[in-house]
Design a protein around this ligand. Structure first.
Ligand SMILES: Cc1cc2nc3c(=O)[nH]c(=O)nc-3n(C[C@H](O)[C@H](O)[C@H](O)COP(=O)(O)O)c2cc1C
Length: 422
């Protein structure tokens, strides 16, 4: 089931904004001295008149959706809280980011807005899909530069998602080699229409080399001009394959207990932090998901353990997928606040993602459930999403059939802006 575009609330305060207004205005106690003082025209005291003016201003201010309010994320002064979620678009031929990505990303750039790039492979063993970008060679770094520069020219803040697909890979390994994983169990043949080959379980002595690939990718991302990196620890890819107990069947120091299963993820974080500094590193996790048959028997414990463990590295942000996104593209409403323990445990900026629209994004910010909210499909189909949210304007529908096709324009840069232009 796909989320339908949010076309409700065409004018005035919406429910969330109204609740927020009531909470901060009427919810507080009015100091008794407000009611003392001279009575002026219309029978009001000076303080009562001041209070009325303040209330009027506040009502005006609170017509701005909370998603559109500024937020300071480390050294980055974000002008709003609507984040472009990382989205693989399969249009980087031969692993090289292409000039058409300049238009795609700049269409979605706002001054002070945060964008997270599509997943970029950290090495040639990391690739899982056709025409995805890399960030492991000099040529790839050079190809990213004009894209990053263009986003910066428009005032955007741009993070590169660095990724290893692990066992979610077919036909992309050098010389037909076997994909690597925490396990030698493959995904079920036929899953997502692919005849998955069984992966090869990484030997212990190989793991530092993979950690180093992430370290070099982080360095390369900074070299390409990105403001930082997001480590892809979600959605059933290599890092997730180590963390989740339905996949990781190791009995060494990288498997078994929660601490041991999370060790690889934390080593990757540590390496990236050593390389580029914690203030430029974020991580994405999906403890509740079982994409690509990567689920966990106790996602609450996994999520909370990671949120706490990450604090020791002082990273910039933790980006987590809602439990309602169990299968890619599905949304189940049920457990609205399951990320709250992670949000409370983690000391940095918290980004929530997965099935959000304007209303529940505003609610998440109003309730301090998240600092920022990442939007995937709505942003893909609405390059001017922040403006549309500000105006509460109608949204374009997304076309799922062109998500992963290779055309440099169709389904990529041809979604219209509000004024009809592309
Ligand atoms: C076309 C497409 C590509 C995606 N690629 C990635 C990716 O590269 N990395 C990632 O972490 N998530 C990826 N996702 C997941 C999105 O970032 C997001 O979490 C998901 O779409 C749910 O959010 P939404 O309901 O706002 O779309 C992708 C989603 C879509 C639709």
């Amino acid at each position: 089931m796909e989320t339908k575009p949010d076309q409700s609330n065409t004018c005035g305060l919406d429910a969330v904004e109204f609740n927020f207004f009531c909470q901060i205005w009427y919810g507080g106690r009015v100091s008794p001295h407000v009611w003392r003082g001279e009575v002026g025209q219309e029978g009001r005291t000076r303080k009562q008149s001041k209070q009325r003016r303040k209330k009027k201003n506040m009502a005006t201010n609170n017509t701005i959706p909370l998603l559109l309010t500024p937020y300071k994320m480390g050294e980055f002064n974000l002008s709003h809280r609507i984040v472009l979620a990382p989205m693989t678009r399969n249009r980087c031929y031969n692993n090289l980011p292409q000039p058409h990505a300049i238009l795609y990303y700049t269409q979605r750039t706002t001054k002070g807005g945060l964008l997270i790039s599509e997943a970029a492979a950290v090495s040639d063993t990391a690739q899982g899909y056709p025409e995805i970008p890399g960030i492991w060679t000099k040529e790839q770094v050079e190809a990213w530069k004009p894209i990053v520069d263009a986003v910066h020219d428009r005032g955007g803040v741009f993070f590169c998602q660095i990724w290893h697909g692990g066992r979610v890979s077919y036909a992309f390994q050098r010389n037909g080699q076997t994909p690597i994983s925490s396990t030698d169990k493959g995904c079920t043949s036929g899953l997502d229409g692919v005849d998955w080959a069984p992966p090869r379980r990484l030997r212990n002595d190989e793991i530092p080399g993979i950690v180093n690939d992430f370290r070099l990718a982080a360095r390369n991302a900074i070299e390409a001009g990105f403001d930082g990196v997001e480590i892809h620890g979600a959605h059933g890819y290599l890092i997730d394959q180590f963390m989740k107990d339905t996949v990781n069947d190791r009995t060494d120091e990288y498997g078994g207990s929660l601490e041991k299963r999370c060790r690889f993820a934390l080593e990757v974080v540590e390496a990236a932090v050593e390389e580029i500094g914690g203030d430029r590193v974020g991580i994405r996790l999906s403890p509740y998901a079982d994409y690509m048959e990567s689920g966990d028997s106790n996602p609450d414990a996994l999520g909370l353990y990671m949120a706490n463990a990450l604090n020791r590295f002082g990273i910039l942000y933790l980006h987590v997928i809602e439990p309602r996104m169990v299968k890619l593209g599905d949304r189940y409403d049920g457990t609205p606040h399951s990320l709250l323990p992670m949000r409370k445990a983690f000391k940095g900026c918290f980004i929530a993602a997965g099935g959000y629209n304007r209303d529940d994004g505003n609610k998440a910010v109003a309730e301090n459930y998240a600092d920022l909210v990442a939007f995937g499909r709505l942003f893909l189909a609405n390059p001017d999403l922040p403006m549309r949210f500000e105006l509460n304007a109608p949204l374009n529908n997304y076309d799922r059939s062109t998500f992963y096709t290779h055309d440099p324009v169709v389904g990529y840069t041809d979604y219209p802006f509000l004024d009809g232009s592309c």
